[in-house]
Design a protein around this ligand. Structure first.
Ligand code: AMP
Ligand code: GLY
Length: 425
């Protein structure tokens, strides 16, 4: 069986890695992949946003199933297009992917189905937005409605910051159409957790709980990024809390989507704030998280492709989703300047040395090959991953490995999982 993976980051490296371990998989191809993925799969130069190109490629290659990594092709309807050609795609349809693609849709959906989330106002004019700011007070959160590559959210600690965020999205249009409409939200305090789940339209089964680290600097300082590291399992997600999340968030979301006539199949990612009043949804994503995938997949002991197929055939069962009782930590190594502008083509050394430890893997995210040398080609360059018997041992291992890798100006957080270790003490 041939598997095709769409995308070219650390998450997609993981999808290729997991697909290759699946029984019955004979070949994995990736579009576009990256220099690391090219070492373990055949890469084809079609961009993840090129829907026409991807459909043509799939028609030619005829994979048994297409695993779609990023949100853009999902919201653009790649699943629908592939299905129309008789090719199975793991990922929601465009209508179901609106849970991520439109914050307004997601908030209205959660209100309708009583799914706990922050109070909010949808504003289509900047004057309306200013009025809403008067009502919500400070701190307050401002979100561009559409996709903005993780940059459309401002957590404003002063009114001045809040006004600036409105100006940026609605008047200066820095996010283009994505900012025509903004959602203003009540600020939630608590600890964040990512709960991803397999969904087959009717049944939803959560994956191991994880936690991302969104800010660029240690102790959650500096601007937001795509994610600088993660760990799993997240001790904040206790068994009782998991049960509550299943009953109050995951199940109502799935049955609500069914009721809307847009059943949800694929990975549903709930970004949660664990508040004093219980778990609340910060956002939904319609796909695997990056870097959460890097800590989740190494703990999955059952077959990813079998679970994906069950999601497509509406026969997902708990036996298809099994976990190791170990812990995994991922540290993202990023280019100097990231998340702002950064140089490319910096030579990388030490990957093989880091991987000498059998419990360490280095998954490429933004790399390319130039004259036989692996070089940087993006913002987030590598995911360094370590698995061990517990979180403390995994943290020690991951940092020993990261120290062996170098490229000019490499930056990475030194405090991944620090809060979790404190909680475990
Ligand atoms: P999002 O892209 O919606 O996940 O938001 C990015 C980050 O902003 C989240 O990971 C949170 O840290 C923060 N955030 C978003 N919404 C809220 C909220 N209502 N209250 C507090 N923090 C929030
Ligand atoms: N780690 C956050 C995301 O994948 O959106």
């Amino acid at each position: 069986m041939k598997i095709m993976v769409v995308g070219g980051g650390g998450r997609e490296y993981g999808l290729v890695w997991a697909a290759k371990q699946s029984v019955g998989v004979s070949e994995v191809i990736a579009a576009p992949g990256n220099a690391g993925i090219a070492q373990i799969a055949r890469c084809l130069p079609v961009a993840a946003e090129d829907i026409e190109g991807l459909v043509n490629l799939a028609k030619k290659e005829r994979p048994k199933i297409v695993l779609i990594g990023p949100e853009i092709p999902l919201t653009l309807g790649l699943t629908d297009r592939l299905q129309a050609e008789g090719i199975a795609a793991f990922g929601p349809t465009a209508a179901a992917a609106r849970l991520e693609g439109s914050k307004t849709f997601a908030k209205e959906f959660m209100t309708k189905y009583r799914i706990p989330t922050a109070k909010y106002a949808v504003c289509r004019h900047s004057l309306e937005a200013s009025k809403a700011l008067d009502e919500f007070g400070i701190p307050v959160v401002i979100k561009a409605d559409g996709l903005a590559a993780g940059k459309g959210v401002t957590v404003a600690m002063t009114r001045e910051e809040a006004d600036k965020a409105i100006q940026k999205a609605m008047v200066d249009k820095v996010f283009g159409e994505a900012g025509d409409c903004v959602v203003i939200e009540e600020y939630l305090s608590g600890e964040e957790a990512s709960i991803l789940a397999f969904a087959d339209g009717k049944t939803i089964i959560p994956l191991v709980g994880s936690q991302d680290h969104k800010r660029i600097f240690d102790n959650d300082q500096g601007p937001n990024t795509g994610g600088m590291g993660a760990y799993a399992p997240a001790p904040v997600v206790t068994p009782e809390l998991k049960e509550k999340i299943q009953k109050e968030i995951l199940e109502p979301t799935l049955s609500g989507m069914q009721e809307e006539g847009t059943p949800y199949r694929g990975i549903l990612y709930a970004g949660l704030m664990i508040t004093a009043l219980g778990p609340k949804v910060i956002e939904f994503n319609c796909r695997f998280g990056d870097p959460e995938t890097q800590v989740i997949l190494p703990l999955l002991t059952s077959d990813l492709i079998a679970a994906a197929q069950a999601c497509l055939h509406e026969n997902l069962t708990p036996e298809l989703v099994r976990w190791s009782d170990e812990a995994v930590v991922c540290v993202v190594m990023a280019a100097p300047g990231y998340p702002g502008s950064y140089p490319k083509d910096l030579p990388i050394t030490g990957i093989a040395e880091a991987e000498q430890d059998p419990d360490v893997m280095v998954w490429h995210a933004g790399t390319a090959e130039k004259d036989g040398q692996i070089v940087t080609s993006g913002g987030r360059i590598l995911s360094v991953i370590a698995k061990a018997k517990d979180l403390k041992a995994a943290v020690d291992k991951v940092y020993q490995a990261a120290e062996k890798i170098s490229f000019a100006g490499a930056q990475y957080r030194k405090d991944i999982a620090k809060l979790a270790l404190a909680r475990l003490k």
